[in-house]
Design a protein around this ligand. Sequence first.
Ligand code: MN
Ligand code: MN
Length: 474
Amino acid sequence: MQESKDKNVLYSNASAWELLSPSEEKLMNERVANYMKFVGACKTERATLKYLKAEAAKLGFKELPPLGAGKALKPGSKVYFINKNKAIGFAVIGKRPISEGIRMVAAHLDVPRIDVKSNPLYEKHNMALFKTHYYGGIRKYQWVTVPLSLHVNVMSLEGKEISFVIGEKPDDPVFTITDLAPHVAAKLQKPRTSEELIHGEELNLLVGHRTAPGTEEEKQDRVKKMVLEILKKEYKITEEDLSWAEIRVVPAYKPREVGFDRSMIGAYGHDDRVCVYAGFQAIASIDVPEHTAAALMLDKEEVGSTGPNGAQSDLVADFMAMLCEATSGKTDFASIRNAIVNTKVLSIDTNAAIDPSWESAYDPLNSGKIGKGPWVAKFSGKNGKSGSSEVDMEFLGYLRRMFNKENIPYQFGEMGKVEEGGGGTVAYMLANNNMEVVDLCMPTLCLHSPFELVSKVDYHYSVSAYKVFMENSY
Ligand code: MN
Ligand code: MN
């Protein structure tokens, strides 16, 4: 625990593992087991939303009435709000009037991945492949030669939703992106820089290699034909359906415990489904909060928070207006604006923790470390704090009281060196609504890779921090 008490002039923060009592360790293990189940099952935004909606319904959350429905909720009411099937918000109505603002945590449910192009399928050298277009800031060389699964969602011509997944069940086939053998890489690949090692147009997904039966005259594209015949027979879709579909390609493996001591979780999608689920667990465990509590899971953070489901969208104001009317019956400008400007937000996202093998990319004194609990980042942005909203000392003081009162470990840090690191979150976009916002980060290793790492103890104390933040007033 932090020695922030006056008697000790030296400020040190020990490992969060040392704080764990046996009962807390039990709670940590339960939270982690449920998270691992979630992150193994939810490989796309749609799957995430569906899973959370089902869990929330089981816990008694009801759909938030639309604007115009009048006053419908009272303290303790639990509601969810779905925006265009890509963003989801949860709220538990508090004792205080909504004009005093709410306590919100905000995460993003999109994850860096590989998408399939609109005209994906082609055949070359006896192999069938899909052209792809990656999504978000991936390091392309990390995504070749790993087992990948395919997640397909499409509306049929008749308006019926067709969804299927290939590669997640133990006996499913998987897909992969090929890479050059070292034996033949000398001229083409060795001179390239790491970021250029694999080009976007080289991320082609191998999807088949067997020929469909046919006559000598029909030899053309018979591997492609075989793939299409299987798609038609087993999944009821055609080559044209592929053009109309949303198709995600993601790592096919399950989350695993990492280390002799099983202290870490390795998985695809921690950024930012780890905060999505931690936020959900936190709000799901709240009874009647002081202020209204909310958890908002947004889309498109990895590409700039654009579109109707991103943090730049009016959906944040819509959500606040719906909560305002549903709890107070009021829809006037002053009521809605008061609710917004008095709101405090934790922007909850992963952040790149210091890595002992790559220490010189960081300022060791000012870096987040795994195992030291939730990480306060006063600003994000890069090169002179460019693009950052930066939290003020008044809100930091509020958090300081909270962490100390609730005995929750915390740490401070920036992302990498001043002119080498940096990155954004949804914080500044929510702050643009005139809300008070701070980034509370989950220390993460191998960020944006197909196998990201977080510490179990950081996960546990993040859920605890989000819960007390949403539940109380300090
Ligand atoms: Mn993120
Ligand atoms: Mn990210």
